[in-house]
Design a protein around this ligand. Structure first.
Ligand SMILES: Nc1ncnc2c1ncn2[C@@H]1O[C@H](COP(=O)(O)OP(=O)(O)OP(=O)(O)O)[C@@H](O)[C@H]1O
Ligand SMILES: [Mg+2]
Length: 250
């Protein structure tokens, strides 16, 4: 599904990613960990196609197609979802109406007509029940006065509604209380299928107890310096990153 080959990327002339190789297949869950400033969010942004980031070398393939040159919106229409992609506050536009627009835009890009209102309502009901989101929340103005946890929940709701092929969740655990963490993780697990894939960026092994990854990668200085199974996350929790830095610098 996703194939990243020798990816180098910079932002404001600063080289951040320095040769990333990563392959994510349909049905897989990958976790990316690593110290602050190692390039995790940058990698997520580059995959999603955020404009500030420049790919200087290497390439990104999505379902066999090179997507380097595509705008973020086009990638989204192809099924790439990045949490925090739509962090804007839109007073007067409800969570639901924003979602309706986003879904119909995607359908339009795929040459489909608007989703019939009845189907849309059904989808909203289904997904909000799945994520234990109440009706009141759905009618609130997008991101206006949302707490950290509410923002995260809204992101997962967006993901659930859009049903992306590849979902990249950047630090979904930060700011969630225990119940919300469980709900979000349950949501991700329920949405998982053999046809889609998830990349979770996290600092905490705790999240990976809920969303169990097939692979764990450690990013350090813009490179993936170690990959393993979920046991690697436990090892990191226990020992921190120093031993990895030492291995790399040895
Ligand atoms: N838009 C930007 N402008 C300037 N520097 C940037 C920008 N985006 C990222 N950087 C720099 O790139 C480096 C990697 O940042 P990034 O956000 O990818 O790290 P991270 O691994 O996500 O860290 P954290 O764990 O703290 O979230 C940092 O040194 C950061 O300051
Ligand atoms: Mg980050």
């Amino acid at each position: 599904m996703l194939k990243i080959d020798n990816l180098h990327a910079s932002v404001e002339d600063k080289n951040i990613l320095q040769g990333i190789n990563l392959e994510v297949k349909a049905g897989e869950v990958h976790a990316i960990m690593g110290p602050n400033g190692s390039g995790k969010s940058t990698l997520a942004s580059v995959i999603a196609g955020k404009e500030e980031y420049e790919v200087t070398k290497g390439n990104i393939e999505f379902n066999g197609e090179n997507i380097d040159e595509l705008a973020a919106e086009e990638r989204a229409h192809k099924g790439v979802f990045l949490s925090f992609q739509y962090p804007v506050e839109i007073p007067g536009v409800s969570v639901t109406n924003f979602m309706k627009t986003a879904i119909n835009e995607t359908r339009k890009a795929q040459g489909l007509n608007d989703m019939p209102a009845k189907d849309m309502l059904k989808l909203i009901r289904e997904k909000s029940e799945l994520l234990e989101i109440d009706r009141k929340f759905l009618s609130r103005s997008l991101n206006e006065g949302f707490s950290g946890g509410e923002k995260k929940r809204n992101e997962i709701f967006q993901m659930a509604m859009l049903e992306p092929k590849l979902a990249i969740l950047d630090e979904t655990d930060s700011g969630l209380d225990i119940d919300a963490l469980r709900i979000v993780a349950n949501g991700v697990n329920k949405l998982k299928s053999k046809d889609n894939a998830v990349v979770v960026i996290t600092h905490y092994q705790r999240l990976l107890d809920y969303i169990v990854p097939d692979y764990v990668h450690v990013l350090y200085n813009g490179k993936i310096v170690k990959s393993g199974t979920k046991e690697l996350a436990h090892e990191l929790e226990e020992k921190g990153y120093d031993w990895i830095k030492e291995e790399v610098n040895a």
